[in-house]
Write a protein of this length. Structure first.
Length: 524
């Protein structure tokens, strides 16, 4: 572990930083910088492997600190210019050196001027602000899973263990940027009070340690910044240490005392008043009456009918311990509202999803669906019902001896495809042939022979937070093909290697304001 010694400025801010390679990585591509006198706090996570990520991170630290040492412009202007300069220098160095081709980084920068905090952020490193009231994340993760966590589509625990957690929509170094380019730098302006603290970290911490544990650790060690950062690095390593871990911590002079104030409890706030007691009494009575009425009604109905008409079931498919040996067998037994849950493994089947039935992997990314060998049917999975259906967590793989003309055919009225990976010998990954409510979310289309999504006339699907990676030998020039009169909503998608991301039959809107584009493959 490398530590930056505890620093102080006029008894106003105390800070420390630590970085560790973790338990699984051979090297450390993270970098950090702390300058309490200058009010500069920076965490950089390099991307690229073979030391290229380390080079990108080092360039970012060097360029950013040099720009911020010149107090010219407003804090917001200084932060934007520093990150843009670093971005363009990384790109230039990558173009000059084949060994560093494709190197990028993600970073979070905080500039503290008096009581004003200016944050510049790109990627999935993080900045938390801690106060006596708790912990608040001030940055947003620029990643498909991070955005779903921020919008509360996924819990923190679900996001932390998601197999696509490390994918990012934004980075520093893959394309030229001006300081004010839209959808590049997330700028946050916030106050910094004497009883507050800041925590900047790479995803090596936030992917391994829940925010509640981070808060508890900081509060327990408040007043000793070096112990704070060491304890957090140790916690990430104890949780598995899957990535490099970097922590920068800065606390106001009043934070240690303020953070130890206990949270209010009902006993501290006084007893329940008589009005509240009366309302609780009537609420309890109402609940009892409703319960008794429900029990009386249930006696007049066949018990199985009463339950089965209201309670969705989970039908498990997989090895001998599961309920059903094949997806088709579970599909035959299913009814609207049921969830067919697939255990890890490979399934060679062609399916038509029943109306209102959901199909999901128990663990996202562990289930592969392939076309039956020699079967020349059109679609591997077809959804054409009226009721809401969802497909999530699957991987659909086309093979030379079992290609997929169409992996998913969506003609239903209400269909959601979520966290699905489609790759290989596939001519059309998703075909949308309905004007119903259809959404393709947080999915990955990689190395396809053909087009990723084909949208038929009149269709208006929502296509959000997906990653499209073009195969070099593919004949498809576009990831998405849109028919005349179709009107898809395309937001926060990442297109890698496509000459033209979308081919509109009759012309369409400009995508650059809402989506992201890269020249080569991208992963961390």
């Amino acid at each position: 572990m490398t530590d930056t010694a505890v620093l102080a400025r006029a008894d106003r801010v105390n800070a420390a930083a630590a970085s560790d390679r973790g338990r699984l990585r051979k090297g450390n591509e993270d970098r950090h910088h702390v300058d309490v006198d200058g009010g500069i706090f920076l965490v950089v996570d390099g991307v690229g492997g073979h030391a290229a990520g380390e080079v990108a991170a080092a360039i970012a630290v060097d360029v950013i600190t040099q720009r911020l040492e010149r107090p010219i412009g407003t804090p917001a202007q200084r932060v934007r210019e520093a990150i843009a300069l670093a971005n363009n220098e990384i790109l230039r160095q990558a173009e000059r050196s084949p060994a560093h081709a494709g190197m990028t980084c993600v970073l979070t920068l905080a500039l503290l001027t008096e009581d004003q905090l200016t944050i510049g952020h790109v990627g999935d490193s993080r900045l938390y602000k801690l106060t006596p009231n708790g912990l608040r994340k001030l940055t947003h993760d620029h990643s498909p899973i991070g955005e779903r966590e921020d919008s509360q589509e996924l819990s923190e625990a679900e996001a932390m263990k998601h197999p696509r957690r490390s994918e990012v929509f934004r980075d520093v170094g893959s394309a030229f940027h001006e300081p004010d380019d839209p959808d590049f730098i997330e700028l946050v302006e916030e106050t910094f009070e004497p009883d507050a603290a800041l925590l900047l970290c790479s995803d090596g911490l936030s992917d391994m340690v829940p925010s509640a544990v981070i808060l508890r650790t900081v509060r327990a060690q408040a007043g000793a910044p070096r112990r704070v950062v060491r304890s957090l690095v140790d916690a990430a390593n104890k949780a598995g240490g899957k990535d490099n871990i970097t922590v920068v911590y800065a606390e106001g002079a009043d934070f240690p005392a303020a953070s130890r104030v206990p949270d209010p409890t009902p006993a501290q706030n006084g007893t329940i008043d008589s009005g509240r007691r009366t309302r609780l009494t009537w609420l309890t009575a109402g609940l009892l009456i409703g319960l008794l009425g429900g029990l009386a009604l249930s006696k007049q109905l066949p018990f199985d009918t009463y339950l089965s008409s209201r309670r969705p079931r989970t039908l498990t498919v997989g090895p001998a311990a599961a309920q059903y040996p094949t997806i088709a067998a579970a599909m035959r037994a299913s009814r609207a509202g049921d969830r067919i849950q697939l255990e890890p493994g490979e399934y060679a089947e062609r399916l038509i999803l029943k109306d209102g039935v959901h199909l999901a992997a128990r663990e996202p990314g562990t289930v592969t669906v392939v076309a039956p060998s020699g079967d020349l049917g059109l679609a591997t999975i077809t959804v054409n019902g009226r009721l809401a259906s969802r497909i999530s967590g699957l991987r659909l793989l086309g093979r030379p001896k079992a290609p997929m003309p169409v992996a998913l055919q969506l003609t239903g009225n209400d269909v959601t495809v979520d966290d699905v990976t489609i790759e290989g010998d596939v001519l059309v990954a998703v075909e949308v042939a309905s004007a119903g409510s259809i959404a393709v979310l947080s999915s990955r289309f990689s190395e396809l022979q053909g087009v990723a999504i084909r949208i038929g006339p009149g269709a208006k699907p929502s296509i959000r937070h997906n990653v499209f990676i073009r195969k070099a030998s593919s004949g498809a020039e576009s990831a998405i093909e849109v028919a005349d009169s179709a009107s898809p909503h395309l937001t926060a998608n990442l297109f890698v290697g496509y000459p033209s991301a979308v081919r509109w039959t009759a012309g369409g809107p400009e995508l650059h304001r809402d989506n992201f584009f890269m020249r080569g493959s991208h992963g961390r």
